[in-house]
Design a protein around this ligand. Structure first.
Ligand SMILES: CSC[C@H]1O[C@H](OP(=O)(O)O)[C@H](O)[C@@H]1O
Length: 389
């Protein structure tokens, strides 16, 4: 799916699709330094928890490959790598994939220190180890998404006895497809797999204000692959469930995740929590699709998740067109309204937290995790190596 490939990488060169230009323009930016990556992620030219981690990791691999590291000793080399990754970590704080990737990458760099190796062999061993670890993250993500798709489709089929003659409709929020990952996607990956297995009757995607990931990105991915789909505004989900749930056999809301914490509370695109409440009210399963790289066992509940707040213009303007009183004077208009001093206050949290009790399943590349008899999620089944409680 070259057209919908968010990331193009070969050793020493990273190209990132500028998603702010979609769906009108298909343009790749060259990302060659950690600064390039920080700006690309912060501006949301690339977005999506896995894609953010992949771009950050590979951008540093590119600058290391191109000789940006001037350190000489192994300690200085590792310190340089850690400083660049710490800089990248702050580009978007809510998604945990980047932090998890950074832990993995620094571990790989440290583990490659060879006693007795002289410079430059010692330094090269560390650089090569980092580059290979970053490339593994890219390759593993696509494998993870394919598995999430299979496990998610199987869980829904088991819940509803879906068959090609009794297909399921699914609603999804934001964009969790090839434009948020290395390919196939997470929640949208489950929709792709249901469609491939002739189990999908219809997909509904929400517009997902204010950045419009649904209308600009997800609807693009769905029509590109001829998946039967309908776009709705975020505010229409309740009416859709109330009026068409039975007729369209809407069985699930499937969303992605930026951070799933230890008790299962999940941070995801703003509007997700409202959909979870609506789904529960209408007896529709609520499914989170996320690779284990999006799970944060060090944070106990959703109260501990830092929610990114973004600039007001994302609400007051759409592609530069002013849609609210934001103090912009439009000089192209003849009968101008003096709005220069009239600027509405804006609250623009990029994510919200869905409490675990509203979530029916969390589907990872290692299987679907559901609540036990105690009503709680137990991630030790999918993360035994990280489970310390
Ligand atoms: C598999 S993408 C996960 C997650 O990232 C998106 O947020 P953003 O577009 O702001 O990066 C959205 O919350 C997706 O569900």
């Amino acid at each position: 799916m070259a057209t919908l490939q968010a990331i193009k990488y070969s050793r020493g060169k990273l190209l990132v699709l500028d998603q702010l230009r979609l769906p009108h323009e298909h343009h790749y930016d060259e990302v060659s330094t950690a600064e390039d990556a920080f700006d690309c992620i912060r501006s949301m030219r690339v977005r999506g928890a896995p894609a953010i981690a992949i771009v950050a990791a590979l951008a540093h691999a590119v600058e290391l490959y191109n000789g940006d590291c001037k350190a000489t000793t192994p300690e200085e080399t590792i310190a340089y790598i850690e400083s660049r990754l710490e800089f990248l970590k702050e580009s978007r704080p809510t998604a945990v994939d980047l932090s998890n990737a950074i832990s993995l990458l620094t571990l790989a760099a440290r583990a490659s220190k060879r006693e007795g190796l002289a410079h430059p062999a010692a330094k090269d061993a560390i650089l090569n180890s980092y580059i290979e670890a970053a490339e593994t993250i890219l390759a593993k993500d696509l494998e993870n998404n394919t598995l999430i798709g299979s496990f998610g489709a199987a869980w829904l089929q088991q819940q509803y006895g879906a068959t090609p003659s009794r297909q399921l409709s699914v609603l999804t929020h934001c964009n969790t497809g090839s434009l948020a990952t290395s390919g196939h996607g997470t929640a949208l990956g489950i929709i792709r797999t249901l469609h491939a297995q002739s189990l999908l009757r219809h997909a509904y995607c929400t517009e997902t204000r204010p950045y419009n990931q649904g209308s600009r990105l997800t609807s693009f991915e769905l029509v590109f692959e001829n998946i039967p789909a309908t776009l709705i505004a975020d505010s229409m989900a309740g009416a859709l469930f109330a009026q068409h749930r039975a007729r369209m056999n809407i069985g699930a809301v499937v969303v992605g995740a930026d951070r799933v914490v230890r008790n299962g509370d999940t941070a995801n695109k703003i509007g997700t929590y409202a959909l979870a409440v609506l789904a529960r009210h209408h007896g529709i399963k609520f499914v989170v699709a996320a690779p284990t790289t999006s799970i944060d066992l060090d944070t106990e509940t959703g109260a501990g998740i830092r929610i990114e707040e973004r600039r007001a213009e994302e609400l007051t303007q759409i592609s530069g067109a002013v849609v609210a009183a934001d103090g912009t004077v439009d000089t192209t208009r003849t009968a101008k309204v003096a709005i220069a001093d009239q600027r509405i206050a804006v609250w623009n949290p990029a994510f919200d937290v869905t409490p675990y009790d509203l979530i029916d399943a969390i589907v990872t590349e290692r299987g679907a995790v559901v609540k036990g008899p105690d009503g709680k999620f137990d991630f030790s089944l999918v993360l035994p190596e990280r489970w310390r409680w």
